[in-house]
Design a protein. Structure first.
Length: 242
């Protein structure tokens, strides 16, 4: 699955990193494109083809809407594919940049920034390596083709980020889909680890690990999560317990 860890010692340059980070343009405030599952899979396939023809093989970790749209199928559309991988080489980044550009040429629905690493800007530097390792250990593949593999970010990390934003801790306000996303990520985590319930202390430890603050607002969101999970699953017990 992708590259071996021994290949990942070369550090990426800041210039290449910026190339994949979205840039604010005069039209940046325009409505974002809505990309469905078929469009995303075709686009990623085109990126994979490009990288494979260049003799490369790259693995990235997707966060957010692309995971929901492609893998969980809990959303019909998303705006982009947001990814990270703390160990990509400069050559890997060049392959991704050029592959994304090639895919955009083939489908006019794709804007210049459809495939980007915006999320890396919000991950503390000292956590990036660990989050990359956690995603590889989890091994949840959402796309794979010679040249490119896309993994889902750790479900517990994704869950905590959604809870944090719902509790008002995010840089931007919460979105209409955040609560459902949190439920989806929690459900997938429990399924993957064959668990029925989680200790609240476990979730609090995750928050600490990811440098998120546990507040009274987080407690309120957790109560809503328990209530909604009971209703949706038809169960009579809390999913997160003290």
């Amino acid at each position: 699955m992708g590259q071996s860890w021994s290949r990942w010692q070369q550090r990426r340059s800041a210039k290449v990193l910026r190339e994949l980070a979205p840039q604010k343009t005069p039209g940046h405030e325009n409505p974002l494109p809505e990309l469905d599952r078929d469009v995303l899979l075709e686009a990623l396939s085109n990126v994979a083809d490009y990288i494979n023809k260049k003799g490369g093989n790259v693995t990235v970790v997707a966060v957010g809407g692309a995971v929901n749209t492609i893998h969980l199928r809990s959303r019909n559309v998303t705006h982009d594919v947001d990814f990270y991988n703390d160990n990509l080489t400069n050559q890997d980044y060049a392959h991704l940049v050029n592959g994304a550009k090639e895919a955009a040429k083939r489908n006019k629905q794709l804007e210049e920034e459809w495939f980007n690493n915006r999320t890396i800007l919000f991950i503390p530097r000292d956590q990036r390596a660990a989050l990359t390792q956690e995603a590889f250990a989890q091994g949840e593949v959402i796309f794979q083709q010679p040249g490119l593999t896309v993994l889902a970010a750790p479900w517990n990390y994704a869950f905590c980020c959604k809870i944090d934003r719902l509790a008002g801790g995010g840089i931007t306000g919460h979105r209409s889909y955040d609560f459902d996303d949190a439920l989806q990520y929690l459900s997938r985590y429990l399924q993957l680890h064959n668990k029925r319930q989680l200790q609240k202390a476990t979730v609090q430890a995750w928050f600490a690990r990811y440098s998120l603050s546990w507040t009274s607002q987080v407690d309120e969101v957790m109560s809503r999560i328990n209530q909604s999970y009971r209703q949706r699953r038809g169960i009579d017990y809390d999913i997160i317990v003290s």
